[in-house]
Design a protein around this ligand. Structure first.
Ligand SMILES: Cc1cc2nc3c(=O)[nH]c(=O)nc-3n(C[C@H](O)[C@H](O)[C@H](O)COP(=O)(O)O)c2cc1C
Length: 398
């Protein structure tokens, strides 16, 4: 398994922090060492919010129901704004999956596109986990109205189809929002990722890896991010899930966090100690997108489907993304969804605005006749991405 060369969080010790204090004294002024300890500066990846990443193997959970124990690795799936919008009911060998509509990100996801993709990510981890334990899942997805909560049903039966490499990558996969190195992801690797497409499922991947193509999609992501930051409703709805306060983070165990921003230890420490406004946080996000994430991407990709209003296809999109991200993790790649263009396309439709991002994006897709429902970047990591919080299993079980 390819591991990035980087400084680990352990190496970034109290000594490093003390050196920084001596050098600048900035953090000391912001509340001192005790303040830093209480605000989680030295506790990255620790506490109840993070225990799911260590306690994930079904056989170690002590759960009496095998299918229920498969939920532990499933909740580690990728999901929009770390809202973890899944609710699960398990009865013997049957699992029913529901969308938790209270966890929708409002104007950032008015048609639940990202919510249903997130549920697909959960389902993919469930399939991979079942396969690793000698089972296959019969899956029925329900294509109800977007706000209908019962999404799917799976039943478990003995069968083959294990992907041990993907299974072992489940607790190692994290969204990497930092800079990527100069090393290019070659075409062969991109093709291997495309080949993860699931048979009989609609979603497929297209890539932008040439300089000019990357510039075009990069410009669109930049423009969409700036527009979101300047749209008061979207800026507010996005920021609502940002957990800056360490105690709140440990209570809610969801949302986006400073540790997952891809920033250096010092910037994260500073951010934990000094509260920043919604506007500052969003401006920071925009700058990171424009100055770090877009320019260091080796390639951009998009998952396209025939019909963005088809809930089943959205769930299948999530299954493909999760599978790709696990494969990327197992092969030393860094990946990050960058759905700002898709979020603007939905917003244009919600408000009945003239198409801006929508028409530009269609041009980039060419004549595929399909719609993009998910955008991402890929590269090799400069530093390891850090985990984000997860809720307790009890919170998602009905
Ligand atoms: C549908 C969907 C949309 C997402 N959009 C973005 C995005 O636009 N920008 C981003 O940085 N991460 C995005 N993510 C990644 C999530 O924020 C991330 O999965 C979540 O915070 C949990 O963190 P983890 O992937 O490190 O476990 C998206 C994930 C999903 C499934």
């Amino acid at each position: 398994m390819g591991k990035p060369e980087h400084k680990t969080e352990q190496q970034m010790s109290r000594r490093t922090f003390m050196k920084a204090l001596t050098g600048g004294g900035i953090l000391l002024a912001a509340g001192g060492l005790w303040g830093a300890v209480g605000k989680g500066v030295f506790s990255t990846g620790k506490g109840p919010a993070y225990k799911g990443w260590a306690n994930w193997r079904p056989e170690e959970t002590g759960d009496d129901s095998l299918l229920k124990s498969f939920i532990y690795p499933s909740i580690l799936a990728s999901n929009a704004h770390n809202t973890q919008p899944w609710l699960v009911k398990v009865e013997e060998n049957e699992l029913n999956l529901y969308a938790d509509l209270s966890r929708n990100i409002g104007t950032m996801d008015p048609f639940y596109r990202e919510m249903y993709i997130s549920l697909g990510c959960f389902l993919e981890n469930l399939h991979i986990t079942a396969a690793a334990h000698g089972y296959i899942l019969d899956e029925s997805l329900y294509n109800g109205a977007f706000n209908e909560v019962h999404v799917g049903n799976v039943t478990m039966k003995p069968g083959k189809g294990a992907h041990p490499e993907l299974y072992e990558a489940i607790p190692l996969r994290h969204t990497n929002r930092g800079a990527y190195t100069d090393k290019k992801v070659n075409l062969e690797t991109l093709n291997k990722l495309s080949a993860l497409k699931i048979a009989n499922h609609d979603p497929e991947v297209i890539w932008w890896h040439e300089k000019a193509d990357k510039e075009n999609i990069g410009k669109l992501i930049d423009m969409a991010t700036e527009t979101i930051v300047n749209d008061p409703d979207q800026a507010r709805d996005s920021h609502r899930w940002y957990r800056q306060n360490w105690d709140e983070l440990q209570i809610h165990r969801d949302g986006t966090t400073l540790d997952a921003t891809g920033n250096s230890f010092l910037i994260r420490a500073f951010g934990k100690m000094i509260p920043v406004s919604e506007q500052t946080a969003n401006q920071y996000w925009y700058r990171a997108t424009k100055d770090i994430q877009i320019p260091t991407a080796s390639a951009f990709g998009s998952i396209t489907i025939q019909d963005a209003s088809d809930r089943r296809q959205l769930i299948e999109t999530g299954r493909l993304w999760q599978r790709m991200h696990l494969w990327g993790t197992a092969n030393g790649l860094a990946m990050q969804p960058m759905n700002q263009p898709n979020e603007r396309i939905d917003r244009e439709r919600q408000l009945g605005l003239a198409e801006a991002v929508a028409s530009d994006y269609r041009k980039l897709l060419g004549h595929t006749g399909k719609e993009s429902v998910f955008t991402f970047r890929i590269g090799y990591p400069e530093a390891e991405a850090l985990p984000s919080p997860r809720r307790d299993i009890a919170d998602v079980l009905l």
